[in-house]
Design a protein around this ligand. Structure first.
Ligand SMILES: [Zn+2]
Ligand SMILES: [Zn+2]
Length: 97
């Protein structure tokens, strides 16, 4: 049943959680710092990242991550409910209006 008091914004699941191996390092995208109420970022497990707060793995990972959001990039989920850009699972952000 449609609920006209709630707007759903589709986005790729990579908007919330994502991780990849880049040159043997685990790069993780998610709420950052983990205790933050909002704000997302990329974390790498290498020494360079711990030292400088960024590294080349993070930069490579930024290009690998899909990050599709309907209200930012347009498009809609495919008919079988997948991300139109990467074909991965989608999730709905719901906002009460
Ligand atoms: Zn790194
Ligand atoms: Zn995607």
């Amino acid at each position: 049943m449609p609920d006209f008091n709630v707007e759903a914004h589709w986005c790729c699941e990579t908007v919330r959680h994502w991780q990849a191996k880049v040159e043997g390092h685990l790069v993780y995208w998610g709420p950052f710092p983990p205790q933050a109420a909002y704000g997302y970022g990329m974390i790498c497990d290498c020494k360079g990242y711990r030292f400088r707060g960024t590294c080349r793995h993070v930069k490579q990972a930024e290009e690998m991550r899909c990050g599709w959001q309907a209200f930012v990039h347009g498009d809609e989920p495919t008919e079988d409910g997948k991300c139109p850009r990467c074909g991965g699972p989608v999730t709905a952000e719901r906002y009460a209006v």
